[in-house]
Design a protein around this ligand. Structure first.
Ligand SMILES: Nc1nc2c(c(=O)[nH]1)N[C@H]1C(S)=C(S)[C@@H](COP(=O)(O)O)O[C@H]1N2
Ligand SMILES: [Mo]
Length: 363
């Protein structure tokens, strides 16, 4: 195909076994939450995961403008200072990559091979998007609001700026932020400097980084990441279901000390305090966390929901007897959604919220 060196007629074939060099390269580019960082309510800068499809663009704050156009009464070009002058809010948000857990699905889709660590919690400061949309004035009959990043590349042979959309009603909600700070500091380059969208309660792909353009549309946005990427599909050719909110999930901070290479854990016998975090999507609280010791499920204690969009801490005191053990944890949210014991397989390895298992040797 002329002009398109990366055209792929077929989807990449699924694989089992060894990770490929391309998967390894993606794993280096996109950093992970070390699971011991589950100890923090707010993930310290540098320990929050990152996922960037293309290159991290270098943007200049002084010349930066956010363009707002399309079906609006007044197109805008807003400097960062103008955005900082609008009413500000800080929201604590647990963000998880929709591909988190992909590397644990079998067979595997060749892409970013997350195991469990594509998640983190940050305090995002910015202005609710609706202030900007109201200033621009949405025309009647508006369907979608599209958000375009400054990063550009190819996926499956389609060249595009990274872009996502929200239905107009969703975009006008109080919780969607145009964020210029993370944990009280300007955004780091890898997290979207100088401006990003933050869509609490959704998987991470909705929170467009390096946000430079907002397009108000009278039709559904048909960008690659909206129309082709980010669907749950059972087989090739399946139109699939668009991915939106995060799913109920929990993680345990691996106890004791690790073996450097295998990450297997060594724990001393006696009472071991197991702890971790649990979260769900759309602001739904966690109602219950259970811990399994060698398949025997027990009730853990869960903190109440303090911030609507942030994970909740849980803990369980385990009376550890010498030998080999397998730990697992499982969350249930206030709407009764719970984690499956095995992944719900789909073609691109999305939304794997199966329970985490940790092998532990007790001495
Ligand atoms: N412009 C742009 N925005 C983006 C992405 C991207 O590649 N480009 N990745 C998305 C995905 S898939 C995720 S999971 C989150 C990750 O945000 P973080 O890197 O700040 O953790 O950003 C989203 N926003
Ligand atoms: Mo993601």
């Amino acid at each position: 195909m002329a002009g398109n060196p990366f055209f792929e007629r077929e989807a990449r074939p699924h694989v089992e076994g060894d990770f490929a060099r391309d998967e390894l390269a993606l794993a280096y580019r996109n950093s992970a939450l070390p699971l011991e960082a589950l100890a923090y309510d707010v993930t310290p800068l540098g320990l929050h995961y990152t996922l960037s499809h293309f290159d991290v663009p270098r943007l200049d704050e002084a010349s930066f403008r956010l363009a707002v156009g399309g079906r609006v009464a007044r197109p805008l070009a807003l400097a960062l200072d103008e955005l900082r002058g609008l009413p500000a809010r800080t929201v604590r948000v647990t963000m998880e990559c929709a591909g988190n857990g992909r590397g644990l699905m079998r067979p595997r889709y060749p892409s970013m091979p997350w195991l469990h660590e594509g998640v983190g919690t940050a305090e995002w400061t910015g202005t609710p998007l609706r202030h900007v949309l109201e200033r621009a004035g949405l025309a009647s009959g508006v369907a979608d609001v599209a958000f375009l990043g400054a990063d550009r590349g190819f996926d499956r042979g389609v060249e595009h700026d990274y872009g996502r959309s929200l239905a107009a009603a969703e975009a006008l909600g109080e919780d969607v932020l145009l964020a210029y700070a993370m944990n009280g500091a300007p955004l780091a380059p890898q997290h979207g400097f100088p401006l990003r969208l933050v869509v609490p309660g959704w998987f991470g792909m909705a929170s467009v980084k390096w946000l430079t353009r907002i397009e108000v549309l009278d039709r559904p946005f048909d960008g690659f990441q909206q129309a082709i990427g980010y669907h749950y599909r059972k087989h090739a050719g399946d139109p699939g279901v668009p991915i939106t909110h995060a799913k109920v999930k929990s993680l345990v901070a691996p106890p004791g000390i690790p073996d450097w290479y295998t990450r297997r854990r060594l724990v001393e016998r006696g009472t071991v305090r197991l702890h971790g975090r649990a979260w769900s999507g759309a602001g739904v609280a966690i109602a219950r966390v259970e811990v399994a010791i060698d398949g025997d499920w027990r009730e853990a204690a869960v903190d109440p929901q303090r911030d609507r969009f942030a994970w909740q801490a849980w803990r369980y005191d385990w009376d550890a007897a010498p030998g080999e053990h397998e730990l697992a944890c499982r969350a249930t949210d206030a709407q009764g959604a719970t984690q499956p014991l095995a992944p719900d397989w789909n073609t691109n390895g999305m939304g794997n919220n199966a329970v985490q298992r940790v092998q532990v040797t007790v001495r």
